[in-house]
Design a protein around this ligand. Structure first.
Ligand code: SF4
Length: 106
């Protein structure tokens, strides 16, 4: 499956959710995740993310391996999102910032 990684935190652009053919994106307060049990590896979402936060499970950036488990865990708790909406109000300020994991709201 594909995995949403750290750069999504506090940005949450949602361009990815509209292209997913199996509606497997789930939305939390400041982050999106993909349900690994539903993702069919179609690859459509990956280029949609304007800040490159989506990766194949076996190719997540070094040090971000914990996001594989986080997507699995949080997708069971959060509601499905299928319609694009605006990113978070201060998303621009958080693009590409390191060490955002402690800021993830569950
Ligand atoms: Fe959905 Fe395809 Fe992205 Fe998987 S790879 S989350 S099926 S758009």
């Amino acid at each position: 499956p594909f995995v949403v990684t750290e750069n999504c935190i506090k940005c949450k652009y949602t361009d990815c959710v509209e292209v997913c053919p199996v509606d497997c994106f789930h939305e939390g307060p400041n982050f999106l995740v993909i349900d690994p049990d539903e993702c069919i590896d179609c690859t459509l979402c990956e280029p949609e993310c304007p800040i490159n936060a989506i990766y194949p499970e076996d190719d997540v950036p070094a040090g971000q391996e914990q996001f594989v488990a986080l997507n699995a865990e949080l997708s069971k708790a959060w509601p499905v999102i299928t319609t694009r909406k605006d990113g978070l109000p201060d998303a621009k300020d958080w693009e590409g910032k390191p060490d955002k994991l402690p800021l993830l709201e569950k």
